[in-house]
Design a protein around this ligand. Structure first.
Ligand code: SF4
Ligand code: SF4
Length: 449
């Protein structure tokens, strides 16, 4: 009974603090940890090239991360915790080893391959269990959590809400850096803090170079899920490829695909037994009708980009084709099929991992593969725009009014009754200036921040 009450209290604290998955789409954490599972896997792979958040947090905040992990284990009833990270994160491994002595937690060392941080792969590499196609890790008795999320969970248990996010700012910046900024800071302001003020002829990717998105409006705010900002010239091959019009991508696929099937042979999801063969999809894109079974395979694509950025010798983009097909199928209301009855990993899976060093070279990012040291300084900003939807689920409902003064950490928007969502808190102290689909807070005149 006592345990049950404690479990409910932990979940409630995580809910109140507005914790969401910091490394993905922002799934509300209190919902995730309300499940029961045998294993909690920490996704510490940070496989996206150039990003340097998790590997440093696992070193300098090892104690807090392990506390967060123990909290999730308590909430989910898990009997084992597994910290999956790469052998090259030597400092993190040393720090974590000290923290897990005598605890039912082990470290699982991963190779330096991409996409080691894909949830399906992390679970497989850590437990040998295969998450069924279209399913979530819970299907195989696992809960997977991101490093920063666990730190936020430990902070939530101390009664403090999520107000800041850690991110790496790198690429064409004078000094790559990893830092903590108030949620709602504009991208342009974040770049200024990193010393980049001249953005003429530049594009900025939010997230990693493989799966991140090119930012159209640099005034947009960072959110609870922002992990990186990568500045690159508009002439960089990666940017050119990512900004190519879909008509051109489709045309190239139609005329240049030689059906070598490298995209399939190296596809991490295909190698885990998913019904996904991108070369077949490329073969049928001329015939959008009547090929539903093949097109439906695109629904299993994680958009990791291995086919597009590494496998295809013709420079084609099966990822972009799959992404477009997924959107079209979703508009038509077509849902994915269940997993194949006999889903098992391909015997070649362990031999077909993409080495990160080689990937970085192919991406033309060798010059940017440098450290981005963590700076724990408190960076102040004058204005934040906090989105009411920065998580999976319904937008939060404001509980403040324009003109109201708030302190950092005050609750400013709540989850609508019975909906999936997350609370939102003020990330700076100031005055509420505007409420639309975001809440804008500005410092008060004369405030010293
Ligand atoms: S790797 Fe490229 S050329 Fe080969 S089958 Fe796939 S899309 Fe076609
Ligand atoms: S992006 Fe390409 S390699 Fe990655 S899952 Fe999709 S088809 Fe496979």
């Amino acid at each position: 009974m006592g345990c049950l009450i404690m479990r409910e209290q932990l979940i409630q604290k995580i809910k109140e603090a507005g914790v969401v998955g910091a490394g993905g789409a922002g799934f509300p954490t209190h919902v995730k940890v309300a499940s029961y599972a045998q294993s909690v896997v920490v996704n510490g792979a940070e496989c996206e090239p150039l990003l340097r958040v998790d590997q440093q947090l696992m070193d300098v905040k090892a104690d807090k991360m392990v506390r967060g992990l123990e909290t999730v284990m308590k909430a989910t009833g898990a009997t084992e915790g597994i910290i999956a990270l790469k052998s090259k994160y030597k400092r993190a491994i040393a720090s974590l080893e000290k923290e897990i002595v005598g605890k039912p937690i082990r470290i699982n060392i991963l190779g330096d391959f991409y996409p080691a941080g894909d949830e399906h792969l992390t679970v497989y590499e850590s437990t040998g269990r295969i998450v069924p196609q279209g399913g979530i890790p819970l299907k195989v008795d696992c809960v997977v959590s991101n490093v920063e999320t666990l730190i936020n969970i430990a902070t939530a248990v101390e009664g403090k809400p999520v107000t800041d996010t850690y991110l790496t700012i790198t690429g064409e910046v004078p000094q790559p850096i990893t830092l903590r900024l108030p949620i709602g800071t504009s991208v342009i302001e974040a770049l200024k803090i990193a010393g980049q003020t001249d953005l003429e002829g530049m594009k900025v990717i939010e997230g990693g170079p493989m799966m991140g998105k090119i930012i159209e409006d640099l005034n947009q705010p960072i959110t609870k899920t922002t992990k990186g900002l990568i500045v690159l010239s508009i002439n960089h091959p990666l940017i050119k490829k990512r900004t190519l019009a879909f008509e051109k991508i489709a045309k190239q696929a139609q005329v240049s695909c030689i059906q070598c099937r490298y995209c399939t042979d190296l596809c991490p999801r295909y190698l885990l037994g998913h019904h996904l063969e991108p070369h077949k999809i490329m073969r049928t894109i001329k015939h959008l009708q009547g090929q539903e079974e093949t097109m439906k395979m695109a629904l299993a694509c994680s958009e990791c980009g291995v086919c597009e950025q590494y496998a295809c010798i013709m420079g084609l983009s099966p990822r972009a084709v799959n992404s477009m097909i997924k959107k079209e199928l979703s508009k038509m209301g077509i849902k994915p099929d269940g997993p194949p009855a006999d889903q098992i990993a391909n015997p070649m899976q362990m031999h077909r991992k993409v080495p990160v060093k080689r990937l970085i070279s192919r991406l033309g990012l060798k010059n940017y593969d440098v450290s981005a040291p963590l700076n724990e300084e408190e960076f102040s900003v004058n204005r934040v725009e906090i989105k009411l939807r920065q998580h999976v689920g319904a937008p939060s409902q404001p509980i403040v009014q324009v003109g109201q003064q708030v302190q950092k950490g005050d609750l400013i928007a709540v989850t609508p009754d019975k909906a999936l969502g997350a609370n939102i808190h003020a990330s700076i102290s100031g005055v509420i200036k505007e409420i639309t689909d975001s809440i804008v807070i500005s410092l008060m005149e004369g405030s010293d921040k």
